[in-house]
Design a protein around this ligand. Structure first.
Ligand code: 1GP
Length: 251
């Protein structure tokens, strides 16, 4: 098993270079819409393309194949459950939903998929997946039948993230839920950043350059954007250019 993707994340984090991932959901990105997005991604390249969703009816593997025909950007699987696994991605976020208390998403789906994952040789990144209240019930919350951490409870979020790090997880993913009205609070990201040394991914409800900048300033290493690009694919260019400028400033 190689660990190229995780090494790239660590290297960028050490160099204080922020990263951006475009999330493509197999159910939302199809036909002409997908073609539009892939055309933009040919010239405006984020660091990663994440593929997955909490509830998908269309094949992740077919989407990955379509992406690969158009771009060489690293593809990271961000699966809602074991059925979305595809060895064609470059790496897999092996998500354990540690904000919840549903054994199925803490370990159950992992047991169902571990042998196939191991056999495929794909890079696996054990990820502490933490759901934070985003203003309304998210798909993750509904599908996993777990509760999100209240957005004002910074200490619960910190204790949860710390437990993930102590358990040996390599990345923390703070998730407000796809299409969230409110993204993860900056102060919460800051508190977790101060106490943890592993990389932090932040996603859910980031729709503007201002919220992207605030998440980076607060300590997010990698920000994931899905919904905003699904509705306005041209925003990809603005976001990619913004990250480049942000990183030059930090240099
Ligand atoms: C969802 O974190 C991702 O799992 C991205 O969220 O679709 O709201 O950008 P958005």
């Amino acid at each position: 098993m190689n660990n190229n993707i995780f090494q790239k994340i660590l290297k960028n984090k050490a160099a204080k270079q922020k990263m951006l991932a475009v999330l493509l959901d197999p159910d939302q990105c199809r036909n002409e819409h997908l073609t539009d997005i892939l055309n933009i991604l040919k010239t405006h390249k984020p660091d990663f393309i994440f593929v997955g969703g909490s509830h998908t009816t269309f094949s992740t593997e077919i989407l990955i194949e379509q992406i690969k025909q158009n771009t060489a950007i690293d593809i990271v699987l961000f699966p809602g459950d074991a059925s979305q696994f595809s060895a064609k991605a470059d790496a897999l976020l092996y998500l354990s939903l540690i904000s919840g208390r549903n054994p199925e998403y803490l370990i159950g789906q992992h047991v169902n998929s571990s042998l196939a994952i191991k056999e495929s040789g794909i890079e696996v990144i054990p990820t502490a997946y933490i759901l934070i209240e985003g203003g309304s019930t998210s798909s993750v919350e509904y599908m996993s039948t777990t509760k999100a951490i209240p957005r004002s409870k910074y200490n619960i979020a910190l204790s949860t993230a710390m437990a993930g790090e102590l358990l040996g997880m390599q990345i923390v993913y703070l998730e407000a839920g796809s299409g969230a009205e409110l993204s993860v609070p900056d102060e919460m990201i800051k508190i977790i950043r101060n106490e943890l040394s592993i990389p932090i991914i932040v996603g859910g409800g980031i729709k503007t350059l201002d919220s992207l900048q605030k998440a980076y300033d607060a300590g997010a290493d990698l920000v994931v954007v899905g919904n905003a690009f699904e509705t306005e694919p041209n925003k990809i260019q603005d976001f990619v250019e913004f990250v480049d400028k942000y990183n030059i400033k930090v240099d």
